[in-house]
Design a protein around this ligand. Sequence first.
Ligand SMILES: Cc1cc2nc3c(=O)[nH]c(=O)nc-3n(C[C@H](O)[C@H](O)[C@H](O)COP(=O)(O)OP(=O)(O)OC[C@H]3O[C@@H](n4cnc5c(N)ncnc54)[C@H](O)[C@@H]3O)c2cc1C
Length: 317
Amino acid sequence: MAEILVLVDHADGAVRKPTLELLTLARRLGEPAAVFVGTGSEGAVETLGRFGAQKVYVVDAPEAAEYLVTPSVDALAQIAGTANPAAILVASSFDGKEIAARVAVRLESGLITDAVDVEAGAEGPVTEQSVFAATYQVKAHVTKGTPIITVKPNAATPEEAPATPAVETVSVDFTAGGTKVVSRAPREKSDRPELTEADIVVSGGRGVNGAENFHVIESVADALGAAVGASRAAVDAGWYPHSHQVGQTGTQVSPQLYVAVGISGAIQHRAGMQTSKTIVAINKDEDAPIFDLVDYGVVGDLFKVMPQLEAEINKRK
Ligand SMILES: Cc1cc2nc3c(=O)[nH]c(=O)nc-3n(C[C@H](O)[C@H](O)[C@H](O)COP(=O)(O)OP(=O)(O)OC[C@H]3O[C@@H](n4cnc5c(N)ncnc54)[C@H](O)[C@@H]3O)c2cc1C
């Protein structure tokens, strides 16, 4: 069976959840083979094997921490050149999409970005994408070269399929240059999950009416173990950091549950959350467009509804 290369997204060897989702999807297409670039592979191999990797290509490269994207591009392109995989899967992060695009140019292969599903097809993997602010679902397949596909986080639920992967250490000739990292500053620590990876996202909009009120969003998010999102109106007003903006010009999320609070549902916001599995909205205007796409809607004042919701969640824990 042909290999399906999966680029491992990790922090010092701690494998991030989107990679486990890719391994789960890769099993539908062929034999999953993980490509680990960086340091700390020892701890990662067990996790990758547990989620079905039959092989792990290890590129033990301190360069990966020194340069943005290019070490991963060099590694993936070189390994793809010799392994002749049936497809390459990469997580749809900003870095992931840049890596995939550069590898596609090197290999002269077709590229599909932001897939929300991947299935095996007669002429290679068939992807599903959600386009034009999620008003159309598109099925596509690559017609040239090795299909390179970036997949949105939460497109699949990670499923264990324990294997003992063969580990192959690969030495890569890195391209000189690229974008060098000159300094690093740790982000303020939060116990909440990452916005793109969270199973549940609770977002606040202009209806929250001030930074000082965002605690009503955070309290419900914490009760649910969720990430906190915000509309652009809330972000532009300076009520919440830009890194939490959900939408066309923010982060695109696809959690199991998305709760929109005091958000009207403008098309640019929908573009970032419409593929969520279950959508709940709380808005005092019963004609708010967000209610057109919800599974459950509450018409009411968020300052009355949210404390009751939090109390009810805590009661049921
Ligand atoms: C090029 C471009 C890109 C954009 N990108 C993005 C993007 O990435 N993300 C994004 O979000 N927007 C984006 N926008 C902005 C977008 O068009 C909307 O302006 C924005 O989403 C509105 O945010 P909002 O829903 O919080 O505010 P509003 O549209 O003002 O809605 C506020 C809602 O809160 C409700 N409300 C008020 N008080 C309460 C209360 N006490 N209880 C309950 N409900 C209450 C109101 O009924 C209303 O529906 C973009 C716009 C452009 C032009």
